[in-house]
Design a protein around this ligand. Structure first.
Ligand code: NAD
Ligand code: MG
Length: 402
């Protein structure tokens, strides 16, 4: 019977931080899950090693050349995994009729089309790839609804909110007054913002509580991660921007909170370990062992809170600004930020210029109403915003060099 059949999963971005944590959780429950497809963007050896362990039906690499390299490694090992290539292959493994669940763990807007494919195919969609929702917005949520997909948040804050809400979605609006997303404040929480100009990529990527991919690590240091999460929460829980609030909580023990109509506050707590939200997404509405440590209340020194100060964290407030502006503004903000982070990591933009670039791109780019009515339109807007942001980076670099 289908109840006894193992859940078949495609993991998009299986070589990343979320991808490998997902495989770690799956390895604890071989009787419940099987891997249908694994995908990676660059690391052939790592994907080959994962294929040897998990023996998926399909694997995906972005180019013909990388796909061929993977094919040769798998053939040498006598494995029958079929290797596909390119962006359409990601959509194929996300929507394949034999797939039950899709872990969306690609970083950036590149994950939008495969997410939509999974949504339209009615999959159980485990969403780590917050940028896809920030770019897709209403169209993403429509695809989920029309496809009959089950959207399960993996971002720890959104999983926390989800865990504090009843299973019945139609009860959410009546129950919630507002939500409070917690933010660690990142590695520079207590630094004078005036001293951040010469922060290096290595410093920005050293997060106090979490080990993550480089893009989200930089986003955490600028608080753009929280900005993206505000927008993500607005869509996931169908809230007004004013219903999404943020508080600094440096210990990352409370992962977020729901403030109910009666002012009762529900919080979800735990050690900072992404395997908890991943396990919940995999097993919902049940719970399974995640591998995470038990929270030891007696060794917690304290839980503290601070306001998310607008001068210290200017990037955060771009979220509410973009949500209040023309539709498509969150797409522009995300595109600018992806260019900003890549430029910063390539040492072509200073740390403090990340916010400047995001704010300037958001302010300068005008959005055509026709661009936000289709996914193709949104992705064209995304491309236009990137080009604009890159041009600004070039201009600023010229200025720095003089
Ligand atoms: P990562 O950089 O460690 O991994 C990204 C994965 O996506 C890799 O497997 C990579 O090969 C693949 N990838 C990268 N660019 C791609 C492209 N253009 N096309 C196809 N595949 C591509 O990132 P991560 O930290 O695992 O984060 C993944 C997503 O999850 C991000 O959206 C991030 O914001 C979100 N997230 C991560 C964490 C965390 O703890 N790492 C927590 C919450 C949310
Ligand atoms: Mg998060």
């Amino acid at each position: 019977s289908s109840a006894a059949r193992r859940q078949r999963i495609s993991i998009l971005g299986s070589t990343g931080s979320i991808g490998t944590s997902t495989l770690d959780v799956l390895s604890r429950h071989p009787e419940r899950f099987e891997v249908f497809a694994l995908t990676a963007h660059s690391r052939v050896d790592e994907l080959a090693a994962q294929c040897l362990t998990w023996r998926p039906r399909l694997a995906v690499m972005p180019t013909a050349e990388l796909a061929q390299q993977l094919r040769e490694r798998l053939r040498a090992a006598g494995l029958h995994t079929e290797v596909l290539e390119g962006p359409s292959a990601l959509e194929h493994v996300a929507s394949h009729p034999e797939v039950d669940s899709v872990m969306a763990a690609i970083v950036g807007a590149a994950g939008l089309r495969p997410c939509l494919a999974a949504a339209r195919a009615g999959k159980r969609l485990l969403l780590a790839n917050k940028e896809a929702l920030v770019v897709g917005g209403a169209l993403f949520m429509q695809a989920v609804q029309q496809g009959g997909a089950t959207l399960l948040p993996i971002d720890s804050e959104h999983s926390a909110i989800f865990q504090c809400l009843p299973e019945e979605r139609s009860a959410w609006a009546r129950r919630i007054d507002h939500i409070v997303l917690t933010a660690s404040g990142g590695p520079f929480r207590s630094r004078d913002p005036g001293t951040l100009a010469d922060v290096t990529p290595a410093q920005a990527c050293a997060h106090p509580n979490w080990t993550m991919g480089r893009k989200i690590s930089v986003d955490s240091a600028t608080m753009m991660n929280k900005a993206l999460e505000v927008i993500e929460a607005r869509w996931l829980f169908d809230l007004t921007p004013q219903q999404v609030r943020v508080v600094i909580h440096p210990q990352s023990i409370i992962h977020s909170m729901v403030v109910c109509r009666d002012r009762s506050v529900l919080a979800q707590l735990g050690t900072p370990d992404m395997r908890v939200p991943i396990a919940y997404g995999l097993s919902w509405p049940e719970r399974i062992e995640s591998g995470a440590q038990t929270l030891d209340f007696c060794s917690l020194s304290s839980l503290t809170f601070e306001p998310a100060d607008a001068t210290r964290f200017p990037g955060l407030h771009l979220s509410w600004q973009a949500l209040a502006a023309a539709e498509g503004s969150t797409t522009v903000l995300n595109a600018a930020n992806e260019v900003a982070v890549a430029s910063f990591l390539a040492e072509r933009l200073r740390f403090d210029q990340i916010h400047a670039l995001n704010a300037e791109t958001l302010a300068c780019l005008s959005i055509d109403a026709g661009e936000v009515t289709s996914v193709d339109g949104l992705l064209a807007l995304d491309e236009r915003a990137r080009a604009h942001a890159r041009e600004i980076v070039g201009r600023w670099q010229g200025r720095v060099a003089v």
